[in-house]
Write a protein of this length. Sequence first.
Length: 498
Amino acid sequence: MPPSRSHIRTTVDAYLRRHPQEREVLSGLRLLLDGESEPCDRATLPAHLTCGAVVIDRELRVLHIGHKASGGKLLAPGGHVEADDRSLLATALREVHEETGLRPRDLCLTPRFLAAPVDIDVHDIDANPAKGEPAHRHYDVRFAFYLAAEGPPPPLALAADEICGARWLPLADVRCPKLRAKLLAAAGDGLDGRPEPVNASALLHDGRGRYLLHLRDQRDGIREPGTFALPGGGREVDDASTEATLRRELAEEAPGLEPAELMPYAVEETTDTDGLAMRVQIYSGRWNGDPDAIDLREGVMLRWFTPDVLDRLRLSPGLGELIRRHAAEHPSAAGPRRGGRRRPGAPLPDGTALHVVGVHLYLQDERGRVLLGLRHPDAEFGANQWHLLAGHCMRESALACLCREAREEAGLTVDPAGAELVHLLHLADPPGAHPRMQLFFRAASWSGSPKVLEPDRCVAWRWWEPKDLPAETVPYTRLAIEGILAGRRYSEPGRAEQ
């Protein structure tokens, strides 16, 4: 069955709420939806719906193709709705695959537009006597996608019978003026061509070795139906962050399931119900409630399970490995162990000096440059000096601290599964301060563009060549970077390095 009239109406109404100035120009579309004819049928005249795909690469260029039927005019990929298309977005994906060879898994949704249309264009089509088609009008519903993979765009396999060429055009050169204006405005509001998580899930444990799983409904249209999965859901345009997405989803699906603290743990890659590549931000947290007391609004049930029984369950792909990895990395999730532990409140052994643990992000761009922040002139530490993104480890794992600081200081999302400890620097006797263990992690997988989010501490972010650091670099930061470049795992200020 083609997309239902209610699905189309919901999509159009949501679009008009975001763009009320277009109500008049789309008044004919609303009349079409109120009529008796099938709005997507190409035989419905004098107007019907079509769908297009706005494919955006890492350099913020948009894919245009030359249609032979229009004399080679450059347009976004797209075309008519077919009977087997279950949604308008599915039509756009099918058309871009047929015309360019790009598969759904080559693409992903943009956090800026998600599954909502970026534009609905109205254009007139000339008569085509060869096909027996009179002049008519298209209401073209367009969806935006990023390329999912890093690197240059993949090779295209153009439909030779329809397409005579393809070009990637900068936003300022996008052929449709209305679409061009929307994309340029979005570029100033976060549209950057870099995929980000558009789904969030909660990895919740009770501190006694049990993890909370959600049994999904066995129903069409649901991702991984009938499996045990993590509670969570998809991002919406108004969500300020993936944590906001997760808390909203928990409140909607399972009122009462309210973990006090959620920390970024990992970013998993999967596909959604349309076959698009999808990144899922996993948050870890602790909850000690009774699943049977939750008023579950979606799914079949919530249940606690220990890692040793996961092999007996039908799980969403990769979930068992994710839980076992978390349990191995976080012994506190497995509950108290017998023996060998110091009694709470007992005095420390004589001579013990408590150390502050600092966590630092050694982040490199595609050119190998390292990210440094310029400390505020009034900063308590490192005033007017360049320093790695860093913070103090609280009652959390070092990797959780790394992810939290990256998010809070610069708006970056770091995948802890790809973080590698590349250096340890011991400040055994800093003047006037506690001794410190400084951990330096290199992030293999991350997303976002550095933003100044704590201007009272850091006034600018900049990429520097690691072998040509600014003179005003925090001394121990310089020492650690030199150690990383030399392949050393450990440094002490004043210690002669071999």
